[in-house]
Design a binder for this molecule. Structure first.
Ligand code: G4P
Length: 189
């Protein structure tokens, strides 16, 4: 997606060979026009797949996922990371380890928001090791839903997430696939 690549080159910043800062338009401040274009692009790529729900992981996945759901005219479901005192019954949970943040969290799905006949598209801001996506799969598939694919706004292709998901049989669409980076330098595939 050319518009996104241009924006990453203009406003993103590679801190080192592993972390890309995009907080001026994706992770902290959000550019709604760019997110609308991102949503329309995912909707175009997954057109004809009969998607019935878009699922994301809080928090930075929400804006691209919402715009994708809007373009596909389906609901969006947020997998929660924080433990809730009111969410007690009818929930599924799984532990996810984030290598980037060196932190473990519990991902939670309220089962009533995913149905056995659902065809789901997972959308997230970053795909690195794929731990968040595999965590989402561990919740969605036991709920009976079919996961049609995973859409990542940015994927660090030098980390194993995209290939692990593809090897497991999932369709992965990446709008900005990064081949490599180093401080101040970003190279796309
Ligand atoms: P994985 O799910 O693919 O294994 O990725 P990993 O655990 O390594 O990283 C997950 C978290 O780190 C995500 O944020 C993701 O957005 C963020 N992340 C990973 N690589 C980068 C990067 O290069 N730049 C930035 N800015 N973020 C990165 P999160 O824990 O879900 O938090 P949130 O920001 O969505 O709230």
């Amino acid at each position: 997606m050319e518009e996104l690549r241009r924006r990453i080159l203009a406003d993103g910043r590679a801190l080192d060979d592993r972390v890309l800062l995009v907080d001026s338009f994706l992770n902290h401040q959000v550019d709604p026009e760019l997110m609308r274009a991102v949503g329309e692009e995912f909707a175009r790529r997954f057109d004809g797949e009969g998607i019935t729900r878009v699922v994301t992981i809080e928090s930075s996945g929400i804006s691209p996922a919402l715009m994708t759901a809007l373009a596909l005219k389906v609901p969006m479901v947020i997998l929660k990371k924080s433990a809730s005192r009111v969410l007690q019954d009818g929930i599924l949970q799984t532990d996810v380890y984030s290598f980037t943040k060196n932190a473990r969290y519990k991902l939670t799905l309220k089962c009533e928001f995913v149905h056995p006949d659902d065809r789901i598209l997972i959308v997230d801001d970053f795909l690195a090791n794929g731990e968040a996506a595999f965590g989402a799969l561990r919740l969605l598939e036991p709920a009976g839903a079919k996961v049609v694919g995973v859409g990542a706004v940015i994927a660090k292709m030098f980390q194993p997430g995209a290939s692990r998901l593809r090897e497991a049989g999932y369709r992965v669409e990446v709008l900005a696939p990064i081949r490599r980076m180093s401080a101040g330098k970003i190279e796309f595939e």
